[in-house]
Design a protein around this ligand. Structure first.
Ligand SMILES: [Zn+2]
Length: 267
């Protein structure tokens, strides 16, 4: 379905993922047909951030990218990685630092390395005056403590793929963060608590994202056999978010798009 008067921005699409190698152009076409006119391609390590920047450079006005090191890869964050990210952040289509943050769920990188890599990237965001694209899982207290060292110095930040509770949301909003909501909102079991949280996000702080190819909305009909998520499904996520907020699809689409364009400078 194409909503001719509606534009959406997918603020988190892992379009460099190998699952898109065979049909990336078709995926981008389907996104446009579904109203997703702009996308921010997530960088999760140096190589991935380079690939994301190259992808975005080839699609001006449609794709932008982030440059950063995900906490899973924090052990590889050294001076060379920092310099590589700084170089990427000079490119006009690279609009944010990240994704960066803390993830203590499985500790793929030691927590100490995660905290160091996170602080280093917040420093980069201050240096380059770019917004930050933040990831946090099972590490809320440490995450807020490190962010707190940068209060008043960051241009802006978005807590991407927010799955936390009301108290965590309050902390984020108080800090001034924006909030990214994914297809978790469409999951009756894992995302049930988001029904209380999503209406509490002020309209001007909310953005939507697919996190494709991950997080295929559970209630999507028909469900693709591949289980691969893609940006075209952002319309579905936005409709679910609108329903939870008691707002129209059109008004949530317009507000989240306006917010995303201003936040990342997608012009
Ligand atoms: Zn993430």
């Amino acid at each position: 379905m194409r909503f001719l008067n509606v534009e959406l921005v997918d603020i988190g699409a892992n379009l460099t993922h190998e699952s898109f190698d065979a049909d990336r152009a078709a995926v981008l076409d389907r996104a446009l047909a579904a109203g997703v006119t702009r996308m921010v391609v997530t960088g999760a390590d140096v190589a991935g951030s380079r690939a994301a920047a190259a992808l975005a450079a080839a699609a001006p006005g449609r794709l932008w990218s982030t440059a950063g090191v995900h906490p899973h890869h924090a052990a590889g964050m050294d001076a060379a990685a920092r310099d590589a990210l700084l170089g990427l952040l000079q490119q006009p289509q690279v609009v944010a630092v990240g994704e960066c943050g803390l993830d203590y769920f499985r500790n793929f990188s030691p927590p100490q390395a995660q905290r160091a890599a996170f602080a280093l990237q917040l420093e980069l965001a201050v240096t380059t005056d770019k917004p930050v694209f933040l990831h946090q899982r099972d590490s809320h207290a440490d995450f807020m403590a490190i962010l707190g060292d940068y209060r008043g110095r960051l241009r802006a930040g978005v807590a991407h793929c927010f799955t936390g509770d009301r108290a965590q949301l309050e902390d984020y909003l108080e800090f001034g963060l924006y909030v990214g909501i994914t297809g978790w909102a469409c999951d009756e079991r894992r995302g049930a608590h988001l029904r209380d949280v999503i209406p509490a996000i002020p309209g001007g702080r909310l953005m939507v994202e697919t996190d494709a190819p991950y997080l295929l909305p559970r209630d999507l009909e028909p469900r693709p056999k591949s289980r691969r998520n893609e940006p075209a499904h952002l319309a579905h996520v936005t409709r679910v978010v609108a329903g939870i907020r008691g707002e129209s699809f059109e008004s949530v689409a317009a507000a989240t798009t306006r917010t995303a364009i201003a936040f990342f400078g997608l012009t």
